[in-house]
Design a protein around this ligand. Structure first.
Ligand SMILES: Nc1ncnc2c1ncn2[C@@H]1O[C@H](COP(=O)(O)OP(=O)(O)OP(=O)(O)O)[C@@H](O)[C@H]1O
Length: 305
């Protein structure tokens, strides 16, 4: 279990994390989601004692990271997979980590097998591809067989096979009863991995919700309507209780009623329809709606609006 209570981090004028409170429970994969710059890495760094909070606390199984007796046995971390000695071999990198943390050396061969790096174990760690580097980072995280895992953007640089592999691994680790926190800025990735979602934007908590609940609450139908009498139809549909948003080129986006009803209302008032397209709001759209005000470098910023 990881517990955050009113965690806040300011860098001068910038508030990277603001008043963040949530729990990360064992036995499930918790997706830590937010656009670039939302404060995910800063939050993880504070949990790991790499950055000091301005205020608030972060504890792992009831203790601050600095107070853990044997951190690698309790928490496995993938934060910056490039943090390796470039000329040291893959195997030696892991051996050194095992040795300096008092872990059994036999565990090195086990984790090499687990992440599929046995064949390249004698290669220099610095010469690995991005994807293999990620695997090595994950091997290091698993070295102490920890109960808690925190992975920052673990699919970065992985090929499709690697992505499936890491998803399966995270699900297995959670099924073993471990606490798994994984950050990403992609909802599509979380949709295939996470049981629980914590969404942040501009350092603040936007949602802390079961994934299924997020799907239920965001899964709405809308209908795209194209008509030369958009204004007239919008009026009539609003009278009938629908939510209507005018769009570009004689289009309306209608929520709260279905295509058949829109067709009937149009016919009853002599409105000609050119298009009537039902549309289910995707998870990605729901996520973008939730984080719209939190995107640091949105497309609109450069478009002179
Ligand atoms: N050492 C620092 N000094 C000043 N500002 C910082 C520092 N570290 C992070 N920030 C700022 O804090 C905010 C949150 O950054 P952070 O890297 O935690 O976000 P993130 O959600 O991990 O983003 P990304 O997905 O891009 O990695 C950003 O505005 C960032 O510029």
């Amino acid at each position: 279990m990881i517990e955050l209570r009113r965690l806040t981090k300011r860098y001068g004028e910038v508030t990277a994390v603001e008043d963040l409170s949530f729990d990360v429970r064992p036995g499930v994969v918790t997706g830590f989601l937010g656009p670039n710059g939302a404060g995910k890495t800063t939050t993880m760094r504070m949990i790991l004692g790499l950055d000091a909070p301005t205020s608030g606390t972060a504890t792992i199984r009831g203790r601050r990271y600095a107070d853990l007796a044997s951190p690698m046995r309790e928490v496995g971390v993938l934060l910056d997979a490039r943090a390796v000695h470039p000329r040291r071999s893959v195997r030696n990198h892991l051996k050194c980590l095992a040795q300096s943390n008092g872990l059994a050396r036999s565990r090195v061969e086990e984790v090499l097998g687990l992440v599929g790096l046995t064949r390249v174990a004698d290669r220099a760690a610095g010469g690995l591809s991005l994807g293999m580097g990620q695997r090595l980072g994950i091997a290091a995280a698993l070295l102490g067989d920890p109960e808690v895992l925190m992975l920052d953007e673990p699919v970065n640089g992985l090929d499709p096979e690697g992505i499936v592999w890491i998803r399966t691994l995270m699900r297995e680790l959670a099924a073993q009863g471990r606490t798994v926190l994984v950050s990403s800025h992609l909802m599509s990735e979380m949709a295939l991995t996470a049981d629980h979602l914590v969404v942040v934007g501009r350092g603040r908590l936007l949602a802390d919700v079961e994934f299924d609940e997020f799907i239920r609450s965001s899964s709405r139908e809308s209908v795209l309507v194209r008509t030369p009498d958009a204004e007239e139809l919008a009026c009539r549909l609003r009278d009938a209780g629908a939510a209507v948003r005018p769009g570009a080129e004689d289009t309306l986006t209608v929520e709260g009623t279905e295509s058949a009803v829109i067709g009937k209302v149009a016919m009853a008032h002599g409105v000609v329809l050119h298009e009537l397209t039902p549309h289910r709001i995707s998870l990605e759209e729901a996520y973008m709606e939730l984080t719209r005000d939190s995107v640091e470098f949105g497309a609109a910023e450069g478009s002179g609006r």
